[in-house]
Design a protein around this ligand. Sequence first.
Ligand code: MF3
Ligand code: CO
Ligand code: CO
Length: 267
Amino acid sequence: MSITYKDASEIEGMRVAGKLASEVLDDLTPHIQPGITTREIDRLAAECMQQQGSISATLGYQPSGYPPYPASLCTSVNHVVCHGIPNDKPLKKGDIVNVDVTVIKDGWYGDTSRMFMVGDVSIAARRLVALTFDAMWHGIMRVKPGIHLGDIGFAIQQFSEKNGFSVVREFCGHGIGRNFHEEPQVLHYGKPGTLDQLKPGMTFTIEPMINAGRKDVKEFGSDGWTIVTKDHSLSAQWEHTVLVTETGYEVLTLSAGSPPPPPFVTA
Ligand code: MF3
Ligand code: CO
Ligand code: CO
């Protein structure tokens, strides 16, 4: 499949889906407290999507070589890098958790994730969460026609490594539209001036997974999905879906509860 460029009416569909995905996270936010299980978070999300008239893109999602994904969202706690499956273990004070929501509305996909800190968390975890958010925005703020995908990866990698963290290589951002995962792949590392040039109408995610320790990851257990850091160090991730406009970018996964861009971003 090749890159799809969205026209004005298609972009409107993407805006609606993106906002709904973000509003699911808004809805979950007050509930993410010590004692809640990730399965309960999943149930709340399913309820919210039902009220929205949206559908979870992850429930039953089955790329080739994977078992069907069994939940309405992903919950990745502490050293889980991504694709954590909700379970019955309560969150506890000091945990950090990524909640990744992808909804489908009128055939359009919106994909976004945020980090949540459960009660008081360590200074190290707080720093990882904050700097991973900044890393995502260092990528987003470069988006405009003519730049290369490698420019985005380079910005994220350079910022993350400068701060002593590592960038996960095995998973990347992706084109998105009427499909969950389209071309292009959006790597979170790379070299300036390399890979495809951006053009108006492209929509893709930027979703860096940043580790406090080494970059290496491995599969956890045998559920076919959960990915953890090999060295058990903490991992964080934030994700937005973005549109390439004629002059720059538009973030499609914003809503009332979205954390504002960091101060260094001037759109
Ligand atoms: N939402 C994830 C992404 O950002 C994909 C999750 S696939 C799942 O691309 F099946 F694990 F849910
Ligand atoms: Co994504
Ligand atoms: Co996602």
